[in-house]
Design a protein around this ligand. Structure first.
Ligand SMILES: [Zn+2]
Length: 320
């Protein structure tokens, strides 16, 4: 599942390659991939054709392309949820039949392109390029929701100064790299929540953008076990783990920022560039980079949590 750095890499790629372009045609190859667009695939396409892509914006793991709002048009956006395997690929006229190692190819499509076997939605653009939504496992989806005002009047996300965001994202909190984030309020909200610290980090209504990978890395850096109750943490502990999460995501972003070229925007963060820098996530049995103790894996929700048992001692059971 892509987290903030992977989605930001995609946003940045879209901002470089498709802004200013007008959608000339929309092909929905699989209706399921636009299932969250309640008015259906025909309306989805109709809302996009003739519209110019004006801004690429991200909040946490949520990504949207703002559409121009000329006469008779609503204030809306193309929203992408990448799910487990979703990718947005920018196909240029010069791409020809070229695929990449990470992009298995099948039958040739229009304009001589080689189409991805899991192409779900294609937006043809006015310069002869296309924006393809490719999704093998189909957990991802596209929709065209209305934009609504932000609760705090600040920018909706990274990539546009406008204080609006898609209605389905209105309940999503600001992320740790958002300059409009109120850190003091966030620290207080985390401590007020009756939960465990890892669950708090993953709660997108509290703080957005952090998923399982960066939560485990942040907790290791902060030397906190994820099952520590937030109510028992000091404000400095909460600040330390939030700072760690922001740092690890910023470092991942720095490594991922150069991972795509002008013709190919790879949006799938699952097996990405940052793997070699992970201290504990996915490192079961390997030595903790700080103390050498073997990293431990525990079941967490339907996934896993990775910790160093020495650097991150479990909290003692609470007495009744
Ligand atoms: Zn350790």
């Amino acid at each position: 599942m892509p987290e903030l750095p992977e989605v930001e890499t995609v946003r940045d790629g879209l901002a470089r390659h498709v802004l200013g372009r007008t959608v000339t045609d929309v092909q929905v190859r699989r209706d399921y991939s636009v299932r969250r667009h309640e008015a259906g695939p025909v309306d989805f396409a109709a809302r996009l054709v003739g519209r110019r892509l004006e801004a690429a914006v991200r909040r946490g793991k949520f990504l949207w392309l703002v559409l121009d709002d000329g006469p008779g048009r609503g204030d809306d956006a193309l929203m992408a949820h990448l799910g487990m395997s979703g990718q947005l690929l920018v196909r240029g006229p010069a791409a020809g039949a070229a695929g990449t190692a990470a992009d298995p190819v099948a039958a040739p499509g229009p304009a001589g392109w080689v189409e991805h076997p899991h192409l779900r939605v294609r937006l043809a653009l006015d310069d002869g390029s296309a924006l393809d939504f490719v999704d093998q496992r189909t957990f991802g989806h596209l929709s065209v929701p209305d934009l609504v005002p932000t609760a705090d009047g600040a920018a909706g996300g990274h990539g546009s100064p406008r204080p609006v965001l898609p209605a389905p994202v209105a309940h999503i909190a600001r992320d740790l790299l958002d300059p409009a984030l109120d850190r003091t309020a966030l620290v207080a909200a985390v401590r007020a929540r009756r939960t465990e610290v890892k669950r708090a980090l993953l709660d997108q209504t509290l703080v957005s953008g952090v998923g399982n990978i960066y939560a485990d890395e942040a907790l290791w850096r902060a030397r906190l076990h994820g099952t520590r109750p937030t109510a028992a943490l000091r404000a400095t502990d909460v600040e330390r783990v939030l700072d760690a999460a922001a740092s690890v995501m910023t470092e991942a972003l720095a490594q991922g920022g150069t991972s795509f070229d002008a013709l190919y925007v790879n949006v799938n963060g699952a097996s990405g560039y940052f793997d070699r820098s992970l201290a504990v996530y996915g490192q079961e049995g390997r030595p903790c980079p700080r103390c050498g103790t073997p990293v431990r894996r525990d079941a967490f929700a339907n996934r896993s949590s990775y910790t160093c048992p020495r650097c991150q001692p479990r909290p003692r059971p609470r007495r009744r």
